[in-house]
Write a protein that binds this ligand. Sequence first.
Ligand SMILES: N[C@@H](CCC(=O)N[C@@H](CS)C(=O)NCC(=O)O)C(=O)O
Length: 386
Amino acid sequence: MLELYHNDMSVCAAKVRLVLAEKNLEAKLHHFNLRKGDQFAPEYLRLNPNGVVPTLIHDGRAVIESTLIAEYLDEAFPAPPLRPADLADRAVMRMFANIPDQGLHAACGTISTVVAFRHQFLALSPEELKRNIEETPDPARRERKRLGIEKGLDAPFVPDALRVYDGALARMEARLDHGKPWLMGEQFTLADIGLTPYVTRLAHLHFDGMWAKRYLPFDAARFPTKPFRPGKVIRIAHAARNPLKGTDAIVRAIESLSSRFPLELVLIRNMSYESALAAKFSCDIFIDQLTNEGGWGYGMSSVEALAMGIPVITNIPDRMLTYIGDHPFIVADTATLAQVLDDCLSDWEILQAAATRGVEWVLSRHEIQKVGDALYGHYRRLDWCQ
Ligand SMILES: N[C@@H](CCC(=O)N[C@@H](CS)C(=O)NCC(=O)O)C(=O)O
């Protein structure tokens, strides 16, 4: 007999419900009101001393921690298998399934609290609110909850939480580059189950812009800005890690212009992030990508260059141009780069203007507070907040 202590909105409980559904298992459900503090009742704390859901009871014995519950269920009820048979693949699967336990879950709790749960907490009586915070057993979690409810999006740990989420999305996206339907390829596994509720949560919070609308929260204050003032040699940077970016066409275009302009191509690859930033900062122009394999046209690397005051040449797909509207990019592709560069180098005002607009644009479009404001705009339109 299976029983599950859970909450309908809980991401970790959703993970367990997904496993139960995949295996066609029935469980007796005990729904907890987490704002009212059902999870802190002494009899429940004896089952789960962390004072959180989910807790699975199987034939009278408690299993806690959603990632472990998921593995437990897959071992106890093997059909259909939700882990790869190959042990090395299973280790990779566990690495993805563990992403929530290595920071994503805390980031999700932070963002959910400051954006949505906060309003539910604030609707409690002052005594109920105080009790809920004080009864939270883990001190770090208690402090996150307290500050999140008090300060909302201004809580100090919000930018880091967004960065953790952004990093997790990037890891999933890089993995799914294999073109197969699931993280482990053709098999649907506990990795997909473990991460799905966290992606769904972003959609529920209308943060799906983090992957669909490219809000790219960016901490501009961390990047120095310089005036556009090339030296005797004009240094052109390009991050050449991905061969699909059109590096060969960049090399050819620069060679074709080098008899008329003093140009140096600085290829950024195989170096630490700090060295890459220093190399980029030492350049006058940044070329992001000339081909477009279904991407957005620009990413964090372009945003960094723009924030530094460096004009950026890139290939923005038409559908993105429609979405991003006004932008500071100098648009080129493999066929037009030589001519575009020629025009820019013959008329420095083009580069000068792109550099100045770039800094302003990053601050107005990608700066972390602006991203928060844009999201709040969504909530206001939905009448979720004033
Ligand atoms: N690492 C735990 C995290 C459990 C957890 O944080 N549960 C949340 C709901 S997703 C909860 O019960 N929160 C109640 C509270 O913060 O007081 C797991 O994966 O089971």
